[in-house]
Design a protein around this ligand. Structure first.
Ligand code: PMP
Length: 435
């Protein structure tokens, strides 16, 4: 019996409001493995919704490594890394990741979300200023909030605004300055101007933190990411976060950088210290995936993936459909902008009817007015699959075309541009609450 007021009262009303705004969510069920063709909610579909970019999540060699890891070390780590949870696969993977990234050291985290929270809270605190791209991932936004540093959001990819903000913060006597950015933006397919960001940071003595979640395994030599693609070493990009759950097909994440940085994170990153270690078998699986990703086979998969994304993007242009993905980019993410939550959902369903699955992405994942179908590609797809996706878009063209998208996109950008971060470089702006 409940005596006082129902503590859950209000949740149903809030849910009704969320659903009424076309923002209700549910989890679709994949019956078999993650793959280019998968069975979702009982229906076989072409899968354009995963981040399994290299098609390694169900690769037999990666599965075998996981099974061997379980045979040797059991299922769970049973403890945090610093207590009784460090196993040989953790060490081996950290060494392989550091070698791949060309850094002195690397440190595993249980997820990308943990990694970003851990990095930002360890490296920034009161008196410090974090400069964050307006479209950075939610885990970066939350890391900024948790850190207690001032957060100054700069317009998407605007290295000049970042430079201006860094200079002002330096003049104002701020403590540590940190510039943080996704390298490939997972919902947009855009790339951070890393060279310009690194140059601005160098000029003002700021730390550069990059999130390579969507670039790792996909861009750069041996798939080592966008920093590697620009030949930016650990002296220019100090903290590289990467994930193991996307192109590497496993789960977890890592930070690569100087030994001092990693050692510091071991002592100060609370999301590293106070959580159970990644299962050793997962580390073994990620190491097997990394061997493939960094090999000539990985190069072939990357070339195919880039060709698929470019074919799709060209198909959108030919149809007059809008995307945020830049022309010529090798990033495997090419969203189709719709600009309305309900229409995005209906378009997603219409495509599913034609057995093409590109999940609708709505706020708070993307700014209101920029709702989209996120097409992400995987090396297991064929050119025919891309053409089938384009044909499905033709069939749903009334849903994906039209609407007040242009003004909504501009409004979303103005939201960022008109903030105090841009209008008065020294001022602080909180990380956007919408995301
Ligand atoms: N950063 C970015 C840019 C991401 O897209 C994601 C996952 N969507 C994360 C971090 C979080 O990684 P994880 O899924 O391993 O928690």
């Amino acid at each position: 019996m409940q005596d006082g007021p129902d503590p859950l009262a209000g949740l149903s009303a809030a849910l009704a409001e969320i659903r009424g705004a076309g923002l209700g969510r549910h989890m679709r069920l994949l019956e078999k493995a993650q793959a280019a063709r998968c069975v979702v909610d009982g229906r076989e579909v072409l899968n354009f919704s995963s981040n399994d970019y290299l098609g390694l999540a169900a690769d037999p060699r990666v599965r075998a490594a996981a099974l061997e890891g379980i045979a040797a070390h059991g299922v769970g780590a049973g403890s945090a890394r610093l207590i009784a949870g460090t196993f040989p696969p953790h060490r081996a993977l950290e060494e392989a990741l550091a070698a791949w990234k060309g850094t002195e050291s690397a440190l595993l985290f249980s997820s990308g979300y943990h990694a970003n929270l851990g990095i930002l809270t360890a490296l920034a605190g009161e008196g410090d200023v974090i400069f964050s791209d307006a479209l950075n991932h939610a885990s970066i936004i939350d890391g900024c909030r948790l850190s207690r540093a001032r957060t100054q959001v700069y317009a998407h990819r605007d290295a000049a605004a970042l430079e201006c903000g860094l200079a002002a913060a330096r003049r104002a006597g701020a403590g540590r300055l940190v510039a943080v950015t996704d390298t490939v933006f997972g919902m947009d397919g855009t790339e951070a101007p890393l060279r310009e960001i690194a140059a601005a940071a160098r000029a003002h003595g700021a730390l550069v933190v990059v999130d390579e979640a969507h670039a790792g395994g996909v861009l750069g030599p041996r798939g080592a990411g966008l920093a590697a693609a620009h030949a930016l070493g650990a002296d220019a990009v100090h903290v590289q976060m990467g994930t193991l759950g996307k192109a590497l097909g496993a789960a977890g994440a890592f930070v690569a950088g100087a030994r001092t940085l990693v050692d510091y994170l071991v002592h100060r990153a609370r999301t590293f210290i106070f959580t159970t270690a990644l299962p050793p078998a997962t580390a073994a699986a990620a190491a097997a995936a990394l061997r493939i990703a960094a090999s000539p086979e990985g190069d072939r998969r990357r070339a195919h993936l880039a060709a698929l994304a470019q074919r799709f993007r060209a198909g959108l242009t030919a149809r007059g459909l809008r995307t945020t993905a830049p022309e010529g980019s090798a990033a495997p993410i090419v969203p189709v902008l719709v600009g309305d939550p309900q229409r995005a959902m209906r378009a997603c369903e219409a495509l599913l009817e034609r057995r093409v699955w590109a999940q609708a992405i709505r706020p708070p994942t993307v700014p209101p007015g920029t709702e989209r179908l996120r097409f992400a590609f995987t090396a297991g797809q064929t050119v025919a699959d891309i053409d089938e996706a384009l044909a499905a878009l033709d069939a749903a063209h009334d849903l994906v075309r039209g609407g007040p998208l242009a003004s909504a996109l501009d409004a979303a950008h103005d939201l960022v541009r008109d903030g105090p971060a841009a209008s008065s470089p020294g001022a602080t702006r909180k990380a956007p609450t919408a995301r």
